[in-house]
Design a protein around this ligand. Structure first.
Ligand code: ARG
Length: 587
């Protein structure tokens, strides 16, 4: 990358004057003055035995001539670096001619498993599963873009209490008579039945202990693969999964693997044996647990009266591996899944999870058990990327107008409806596919522009605007470029040249955009790429407002403009691919 080349030039010069420390450059704080700056002369002045400004001047005087850049030492002691027009033009050529617009892949790409689906069978997929799908898909593509090889796994929630609850409810509603020999008419289990049964059972289990205990027994029977419980379970899964697939597809979340918690069941015994062999497992109230707290956790807090239950500073409860009735829990399936992944994928370098940050403690427990027991080898990185909440305009977690949880399907329909209205108000015909593409882009960009850990307000009207920092604005920019390019197809391919500051600004934005990929990689968040891509698109808009590409009469200039458009198109396409935002044919 360009900054590395500048650093090389600076460091060669520093070496010439006997400095051994290395200098770094950053983007300029004052883009009007220069493109990059080096601020290191202040701290290096002492070792160099010079005043800071003098040092800056010495370094600049010793820089090998390079016609791409122009270096200048300025008060108080900065080195300002500008790209020359030749430097800008070379940059443009690199973007045009290299596969990834000049973005370099990491030399040691890692093998990563990314777990970001988490839809639960028998329960309806709801907006709570939006953020992991959006963020996960983009993080996966970002990692791939930078050279990691990534396997995405949906990790369906398909082995928990919700199944016992649902089956028991269906049983009580008489739907399962056939399976229990009480009827000879096989009854189908439909999605509608599930949508009704689970909420009913869940509400009941909160007030009816007997019902809940029974549901726990049923869950255990499913986990032990007893009949007919296990067969019914499979029917429930078959009824749920197609819908889950369709929802993820509408969102553009693509999973390489469609495993669920249940697939870890073959690894549970082995995982427990490993944990036990390490002497980590002990009994607590009939359950099997592993203590995972460190010294500065679980510090008892003083009680104000003896009856009060004990509370702790930095609480870190033990990980429960098996319940007293023998059932496995969320932590167990996650631990066994790590064992499974390590076996099936030969110990990937990293396993990362994207879920609501409220699951942070769960993942800390799981990771610690895996590290303590050796299920996860020492050099494997386990990471939880916790996301914030999607809130309504009232600042509280997003709900339906009636105060319930919004189904993901209803959300997708809402996106289509609202984007459709937007198209109509722009004088276009309603087109469902197009509306879906725009709606999904609006939602994704509105989400990804925020740091992953931050809560944000879901404001669809704002997100859908064709102007401003939005997904549709980026789509619109790409569509516009494509339509201009279609009109200048027979312009002769020529040299890319810089004619005005408008082109320089586009290229400045391009360098920043390209460098934002690494920022995102480090931050595990797409916010920087969203912001820099928007800046690139606005730089393009300024150029577009000031110049006519199609109407340009100077052939050489016109040809150069076409190159510029191709460049922006490529940069936009690369970013939109990573953000998993599709570019429509027209808009
Ligand atoms: N099914 C879980 C939920 O709905 C999310 C699963 C996330 N992945 C994991 N390996 N635990 O909360």
């Amino acid at each position: 990358m360009i900054t590395e080349k500048i650093e090389r030039l600076l460091n060669d010069a520093a070496k010439k004057i006997g400095l051994s420390d290395s200098l770094t450059v950053s983007f300029s704080n004052m883009p009007k003055l220069c493109d990059f700056q080096c601020n290191d002369c202040f701290k290096l002045a002492k070792t160099a035995g010079m005043a800071p400004l003098e040092l800056a001047g010495k370094i600049v005087a010793n820089i090998e001539k390079d016609s791409d850049f122009c270096f200048e030492a300025v008060k108080p002691a900065f080195i300002n670096i500008k790209l020359t027009d030749q430097g800008f033009e070379k940059l443009g050529q690199t973007i045009l001619n290299s596969e990834n617009c000049g973005l370099e892949k990491h030399k040691n790409g890692q093998r990563v498993i990314l777990d970001y689906g988490g839809a639960n069978i028998a329960k309806t997929l709801h907006v709570g599963h939006l953020r992991p799908a959006i963020i996960g898909e983009a993080i996966k593509r970002l990692y791939q873009q930078l050279g990691d090889s990534v396997i995405s796994d949906v990790h369906l929630g398909d082995w928990g209490l919700q199944l016992g609850l649902t089956e028991l409810q269906l049983f009580e509603d008489g739907v399962l008579d056939f399976y229990f020999g009480k009827s000879d008419k096989p009854a189908e289990i439909t999605l509608e039945m599930l949508n009704e049964a689970y909420p009913k059972a869940s509400a009941r289990s909160k007030v009816d202990d007997v019902f809940r205990e029974k549901a726990e027994e049923w869950t255990l029977k499913i986990q032990k693969k007893e009949q007919p419980y296990f067969d019914i379970y499979k029917k429930i899964k078959d009824a749920s999964v197609p819908k889950i697939r369709a929802n993820y597809q509408a969102l553009g979340a693509q999973f390489d693997e469609w495993y669920g918690e249940s697939d870890s069941s073959d690894y549970v015994d082995e995982a427990i044996a490993i944990i036990e062999k390490k002497g980590l497992l002990h009994e607590s109230d009939g359950a099997m647990v592993v203590d995972v707290a460190t010294e500065n956790e679980n510090i008892p807090l003083p009680k104000s009266n003896p009856q009060e239950p004990q509370r702790y500073k930095n609480p870190m409860p033990p990980a429960i591996i098996k319940k007293s009735n023998g059932a496995v829990l969320y932590a167990t399936t996650d631990i066994a899944t790590i064992l499974m992944r390590n076996k099936l994928h030969d110990n990937p370098d990293r396993i990362e999870y994207i879920t609501d940050q409220r699951q942070a403690m769960h993942f800390t427990q799981v990771f610690r058990v895996c590290k303590l027991s050796g299920i996860s080898p020492e050099n494997q990185q386990l990471l939880h990327i916790g996301h914030g909440t999607m809130n309504g305009k009232d600042g509280k977690p997003f709900k339906t107008r009636e105060g319930g949880t919004l189904k993901l399907e209803d959300m997708i329909n809402l996106l289509i409806e609202k984007a459709g209205e937007k198209l109509k108000s722009n004088g276009q015909e309603f087109d469902r596919d197009l509306a879906l593409k725009i709606g999904v882009a609006a939602m994704k960009f509105g989400d990804l522009i925020n740091n992953v850990g931050k809560d944000y307000v879901f404001d669809l009207d704002k997100f859908l605007s064709f102007e401003g920092k939005t997904g549709p604005y980026l789509q619109y920019t790409a569509v516009r470029i494509n339509s201009i390019l279609a009109k200048v197809e027979n312009v002769k391919e020529g040299q890319f040249k810089v004619y005005s500051d408008d082109e320089r600004d586009i290229l400045r934005a391009a360098v920043r955009q390209l460098s934002s990929y690494e920022v995102c990689y480090k931050e595990k968040s797409l916010a920087a790429l969203c912001a820099s891509t928007f800046d690139l698109a606005s730089a393009f808009s300024t150029f577009y407002n000031n110049h006519s590409v199609i109407g340009e009469t100077d052939e050489e200039k016109k040809s150069s403009f076409v190159q510029l458009l191709k460049m922006v198109k490529k940069l936009l396409a690369q970013a939109l691919h990573v953000l998993a935002i599709e570019v429509p044919e027209k808009m």
